[in-house]
Design a protein around this ligand. Structure first.
Ligand code: ADP
Ligand code: MG
Length: 233
């Protein structure tokens, strides 16, 4: 097994509030991981820390077994942690060309990635004409331009209609089937069950369970948690 990310005793405090509390988990290459928990359980904070946009209070995280600096490691990571933000009057291709320039990667793969997210036939449409689902799919294409080892998504289907949700989930599965490791945060049990092979369940910043999704509902997982824990999900 090849370790992509290991998080050890990570804690984040915002003043008196402990958003992430002594959290440890490991991401192995080739799996699809979910971080599952209700709103405010520390999912986005955890992603922010490992992506170096939120400062941790204590604990450690290591990308690729610590073989490279975090700065270098993050060049091999694709992430969407905010609402997709592109230039409204520019086409999908124009927007992605700009992303390539900023990321200093080749523009050769733009069409391949647009095809992967089902947007090739709309590649010359302006971003402002896209539906929310299409905008999210363009964001995924954009995050894949550097052929990342791992794709990180924060609540990837939030705000989408059922068809949009289905499309995004299918695309995530397709990307995973091609060997890209996935880490997604979601407050939806059904999303994690449908898309992920492994899960870290959080409540109030604390880990309730980590392991295979299959085991989450089995005798050693979820159902052994206290009723009060289950209510929160
Ligand atoms: P989730 O993504 O699971 O909804 P978050 O990681 O966004 O949870 O938030 C965890 C907790 O930390 C919440 O109580 C939230 O209000 C708090 N929090 C997040 N970011 C900040 C911040 N920048 N300043 C203060 N509190 C924050
Ligand atoms: Mg969040």
């Amino acid at each position: 097994m090849e370790t992509i990310l290991s998080v050890s005793h990570l804690t984040k405090k915002f003043g008196h509030l402990t958003a992430v509390n002594d959290l440890s988990f490991t991401i192995e290459k080739g799996n699809v991981y979910g971080i599952l928990g209700p709103n405010g359980s520390g999912k986005s904070t955890t992603l922010g820390i490992v992506l170096n946009v939120v400062n941790k209070t204590s604990g450690t995280f290591d990308w690729f077994n610590g073989s490279v600096s975090t700065h270098e490691a993050l060049k091999k990571v694709g992430a969407i942690i905010e609402r997709p933000n592109f230039y409204p009057y520019m086409t999908a291709v124009q927007n992605l060309k700009l992303v390539c320039k900023i990321k200093n990667v080749s523009t050769d793969k733009i069409e391949e990635k647009l095809d992967m997210v089902g947007l090739l036939d709309r590649k010359n449409s302006k971003f402002q004409t896209y539906s929310l689902g299409m905008k999210q799919r363009l964001a995924i294409a954009s995050a894949l331009l550097n052929d990342p080892e791992i794709l990180i998504l924060d609540e990837p289907t939030n705000g989408l209609d059922p068809q949009g949700i289905h499309q995004i989930r299918q695309i995530i599965k397709e990307i995973a089937s091609q060997g890209t490791t996935i880490l997604l945060a979601s407050h939806l049990l059904d999303e994690v069950e449908k898309v992920c092979s492994h899960v870290v369940i959080l409540r109030k910043g604390e880990k309730l369970y980590s392991g295979p999704v299959d085991g989450m509902l089995g005798s050693h997982g979820f159902f052994e948690l206290k009723t009060s824990d289950l209510k929160a999900l």
